[in-house]
Design a protein around this ligand. Structure first.
Ligand SMILES: Cc1cc2nc3c(=O)[nH]c(=O)nc-3n(C[C@H](O)[C@H](O)[C@H](O)COP(=O)(O)O)c2cc1C
Length: 331
C-alpha cells in the first residue's frame, strides 16, 4: 500500500487518465478490478470539451505504442462527480471500501479552476457526511498540465510561469483543507533544468507551518509522464494498417501525443530524475511519484519502480487489452 496524503493506493497499480476512463461503464470496470489500487478519470474541464472525428487514437503495428489526437473529455466535471457518486453508492463488498478516485481536471483560467476544485470539495464533504457511501471520500485531484493536443494552448507544464496562477489556486484550496490530496500530471521533460525549474517553482508554493515546524507542500504527487507531443505516424505503420491514399496520417491531425513502448525510456528517465532530485530536497521529499509511460508488461512495471515510481500507471496497454491489462502487469 502506498499512502499519498489522505489516500491509500493498494495495490500500487492504476490506470492513468485516458480516453478509456471516460464514462461510467469504463470507470465502473476499473473500480471493480481487484488489480487496480485507484481509478483515474479522463481529464475533465468545467463545461466539457468539444470532441469531433479529428480526435482519435492509433496503435503502431510493430510495438505497443499509441499516438492520439484527443483533447479533453467531452463530459464536464459534474458528470464525473455524478458517476463516482453512482459507483460509490452501488459499491460491492468485493472492492476495498476506500479504493480512491483520482479526478483529473484542467483549465487555463484560475477562476474556473477554483470553481472546479470547490465543486470537488463540496462533493467530498457531501459523501463524507452521507451514510449511503460506504466508500468514503478517498478522492484526489490531478491537475493535467501536459496535454500536447490543444490548438493554441501549449502544455502549461513546460513553462512554469504560466502554471503559477493555477498552482496558487490549488495551494489556497489545500491551505483551507489539508486533507485534499493534489497532484500534477507533468509532460515529459528532456533536460535537467526543466526538472529543477518545476521543483524551484513548487518550493515557493509551500505553506509555512507557522510554528517553526516543517513547511507543508500542497502537492502530494507528480504523475510522470503525459504523452510526448508533436509526433507523427504514417497509416501504414498503424494496426490495422491504413492506406496513405485514404488518409495521409495515422491520426487526422497528423501530429499527436506519443505513448506506450516508444515513450518508455523517456518516462523512466523522468521518473528517475524527479526521484533523485526530490530525495535531496528537504521540503519536497514527501512528494510521491506515479510512474507512467510505456508500462506494457510486468517487466516494464518493475523497471518503473526501479526508476523510482511509488505507484505505476498505464494507458496504452489498457486501451489495447481492456481491464485485463492490470492482471498482465501484475502476473
Ligand atoms: C488515448 C489516450 C488518451 C489520453 N488522455 C489523457 C487525458 O485525458 N489526460 C491525461 O492526463 N493524460 C491522458 N493521456 C496520457 C496518459 O495518461 C499517459 O500519461 C500516457 O499515455 C503514457 O502512458 P502509456 O505509455 O501507458 O500510454 C492519454 C493517453 C492516451 C493514449
Amino acid at each position: 500500500m502506498v499512502k499519498i496524503n489522505t489516500i491509500d493506493i493498494s495495490p500500487p497499480l492504476i490506470n492513468s487518465s485516458c480516453a478509456w476512463s471516460s464514462d461510467l461503464r469504463q470507470l465502473q470496470e476499473l473500480y471493480d478490478s481487484s488489480y487496480t489500487g485507484a481509478v483515474t478519470t479522463r481529464t475533465a474541464t468545467l463545461s466539457g470539451f468539444k470532441e469531433d472525428a479529428s480526435h482519435t487514437v492509433a496503435f503502431s503495428s510493430s510495438t505497443l505504442t499509441s499516438i492520439n489526437s484527443y483533447g479533453y473529455s467531452p463530459h464536464p466535471l459534474e458528470a464525473y462527480l455524478s458517476w463516482i457518486d453512482t459507483i460509490l453508492t452501488s459499491h460491492s463488498s468485493e472492492v476495498p471500501a476506500r479504493k480512491p478516485f483520482i479526478i483529473s481536471i484542467t483549465s487555463s483560467d484560475p477562476t474556473t479552476l477554483r470553481l472546479m476544485v470547490q465543486a470537488i470539495q463540496r462533493f467530498r464533504a457531501r459523501i463524507d457526511g452521507d451514510g449511503s457511501h460506504s466508500g468514503q471520500s478517498a478522492i484526489a485531484v490531478e491537475l493535467n498540465t501536459s496535454c500536447p493536443n490543444i490548438p493554441n494552448s501549449p502544455p502549461t507544464g513546460y513553462t512554469f510561469s504560466s502554471l503559477v496562477p493555477l498552482l496558487e489556486v490549488l495551494r489556497d484550496e489545500y491551505a483551507h483543507d489539508q486533507t485534499l490530496t493534489i497532484g500534477l500530471k507533468l509532460p515529459p521533460f528532456v533536460y535537467r533544468e526543466q526538472f529543477l525549474g518545476v521543483l524551484e517553482g513548487i518550493n515557493t508554493l509551500c505553506i509555512s507551518s507557522g510554528d517553526g515546524g516543517t513547511d507543508k507542500c500542497p502537492f502530494a504527487f507528480f504523475t510522470c509522464t503525459n504523452t510526448l507531443g508533436n509526433t507523427l505516424m504514417f497509416p501504414e505503420q498503424a494496426s490495422p494498417a491504413g492506406s496513405p491514399e485514404a488518409s495521409p496520417f495515422a491520426v487526422p491531425t497528423a501530429l499527436g501525443g506519443l505513448a506506450g513502448e516508444s515513450l518508455h525510456a523517456l518516462s523512466l528517465g523522468n521518473v528517475y530524475t524527479f526521484g533523485q532530485l526530490l530525495r535531496e530536497h528537504d521540503r519536497l521529499k514527501g512528494i510521491k511519484i506515479i510512474g507512467v509511460g510505456g508500462v506494457t508488461t510486468k517487466e516494464a512495471a518493475d523497471r518503473m519502480r526501479r526508476a523510482g515510481a511509488d505507484i505505476v500507471g498505464c494507458a496504452t496497454v489498457f486501451g489495447k487489452e481492456g481491464a485485463r491489462a492490470f492482471e498482465i502487469l501484475t502476473n
